[in-house]
Ligand binder design. Structure first.
Ligand SMILES: C[S@@+](CC[C@H](N)C(=O)[O-])C[C@H]1O[C@@H](n2cnc3c(N)ncnc32)[C@H](O)[C@@H]1O
Length: 263
């Protein structure tokens, strides 16, 4: 599955605003007083986690940025303390975890992966006693203001679509946030979680338009809502967006999972 740099750039300010401050603070505090930190960022895209977390960690940092999209990686590695590493994480996750790694980070990835891959991530990080900061995992909630009678059916179709294979096997989609907490607790980690919801206000027209059309396309692919209904739903919401009357909230969860009594 591919993601455009334009889409990642559009969402980054909303992601940054959504990231849970208590979880971010806990990550930063875990490395306070250390002279240097080696961070492996999985599925880095253009490097949004480096930009969001980097300034909060006082220690000298070296980031290894992993992704399978070369054009995103080229943008991400355009900073002095980062090395870009092309890798298919579905196949070669362990490559990213070997070597000196003090912290694994990722954002907007866990809803794309399968239960098996998530379990592998938890087991492999636990074997190396590496803490994990996983931000912006979609949790299946979407609230529209004004609401529409078809919202629930469209969101149900979107959530079903989210569970299709994104390259890692059948995706966890809206169940990923809860599954991540459970998997890391199962390997003995202490997990801090916090809401990291996207909040699109009435002026945020461009991202609302993108989200609505993406969800209409997903609902169309699922075929559970008749196409004329999907189109009518999209049109009604777009009218509200254009009039500056629409706001949308999308549920996400951030987690910081760390080995008990470590770092
Ligand atoms: C939703 S984007 C998130 C990007 C970035 N973490 C962010 O928050 O902006 C998902 C990322 O996963 C990467 N990705 C998807 N499948 C992958 C795979 N099999 N191996 C490595 N990266 C993958 C995509 O290229 C994309 O950069």
């Amino acid at each position: 599955m591919s993601f455009s740099a334009a889409w990642l750039s559009l969402r980054e300010p909303f992601d940054r605003r959504a990231r849970n401050p208590a979880v971010l603070q806990a990550v930063a505090a875990a490395f306070a007083g250390l002279p240097s930190v080696n961070i492996a960022d999985l599925a880095c895209g253009t490097g949004s986690t480096l930009r969001a977390l980097g300034p909060r960690i006082a220690a000298r940092q070296h980031w290894r940025l992993y992704d399978n999209d070369l054009s995103l990686l080229a943008r991400a590695a355009d900073v002095p303390n980062a090395t870009a590493v092309p890798v298919d994480l579905a196949r070669d996750l362990e490559v990213a975890l070997d070597g000196p790694v003090d912290l694994v980070t990722t954002s907007a990835l866990l809803d794309l992966v399968s239960a098996e891959w998530l379990e592998r991530l938890a087991i492999e990080t636990a074997a190396r006693r590496i803490p994990v900061y996983a931000a912006l995992t979609y949790d299946g909630r979407a609230e529209f203001t004004p609401s529409d009678p078809l919202d629930d059916k469209i969101v149900a179709a979107v959530n079903a679509h989210q569970r299709s294979d994104k390259g890692f096997g059948p995706a966890l989609g809206p169940t990923a946030a809860q599954a991540a907490v459970e998997q890391f607790e199962r390997v003995g980690y202490t997990v801090l979680q916090g809401a990291a919801d996207w909040s699109f206000e009435t002026a945020d027209r461009e991202i609302q338009t993108e989200i609505l059309s993406g969800w209409a396309a997903a609902a169309r692919e699922m075929g559970t809502v008749p196409l004329p209904d999907v189109l009518a739903w999209l049109t009604r919401h777009n009218v509200f967006v254009a009039a500056g009357l629409s706001s949308i909230r999308v549920g996400h969860v951030d987690v910081f999972a760390r080995p008990a009594a470590a770092r």
